[in-house]
Design a protein. Structure first.
Length: 225
């Protein structure tokens, strides 16, 4: 199981506020309704509004799940300045082997490599994946010196063809874990598709759907003798 820890440059996507995160003090951020836009039915209802759910600090997230040693934290960084203090907190709690680090931004990803513990795997940034995609297209992907432990990309309707079954299976041949992200990895059909072709890390906005499919697939597994 994963706990995904990420941030956005604004508070607009998930809360009832608007504006840049960097322009707000913590007290203002934590006064917002962090589940304001949460919906399970495409926007017909918003069951978690006004339930007192606020934006937690990274320390509060770690405190909440500290006793569950089966969790793995995926830290999705949007700012290079957040890397060092976050990884210092990870080290203080001895969680280096239970974090996966990543950023879509190459500059932030380079910062991760400067501060990460050797046992903490990283997810390839957008620049690295673009190079791999171009080399794959001409049959030379094997030439690229892969330094990340997790490869994958964002799944969107207009770029869905890039994250093809053949490409994702080829990524698996590198020995790396394969991941998919994006707002279009939310339906039962899409999540099941990526599970069926062996994607090991699926980041979705529909964890309830993912949980149901995992349970269903487990029930359908043949009994071991």
């Amino acid at each position: 199981m994963f706990v995904l820890v990420l941030c956005s440059s604004t508070v607009d996507i998930t809360t009832d506020g608007d504006g840049l995160v960097g322009n707000m003090p913590l007290s203002r951020l934590q006064s917002l309704d962090a589940a304001y836009w949460y919906t399970e039915d495409g926007g017909f209802t918003y069951p978690l509004r006004d339930q007192g759910i606020c934006i937690p600090t990274f320390e509060e997230v770690l405190d909440e799940f500290e006793s569950n040693d089966k969790l793995v934290y995926f830290l999705d960084f949007k700012s290079a300045g957040a890397v060092e203090p976050a990884l210092r907190m990870v080290a203080e709690r001895g969680l280096e082997k239970r974090v996966i680090l990543g950023s879509v931004f190459p500059s932030v990803n380079r910062e991760l490599f400067l501060h990460r513990h050797p046992s903490s795997p990283t997810v390839a940034d957008a620049g690295t994946m673009l190079k791999l995609i171009l080399l794959y297209a001409i049959g030379l992907m094997w030439l690229y010196p892969i330094k990340h432990q997790v490869l994958g990309g964002i799944v969107m309707k207009k770029t869905r063809w890039i994250m093809s079954e053949r490409f994702l299976r080829t990524l698996r041949l590198t020995g790396c874990k394969v991941a998919v992200f994006g707002h279009d990895v939310n339906s039962e059909e899409e999540i099941q598709y990526f599970m069926d072709i062996g994607v090991q890390m699926i980041v979705t906005d529909s964890p309830n759907v993912m949980r149901r499919l995992l349970d269903l697939n487990k029930e359908m597994e043949p009994p071991t003798s």
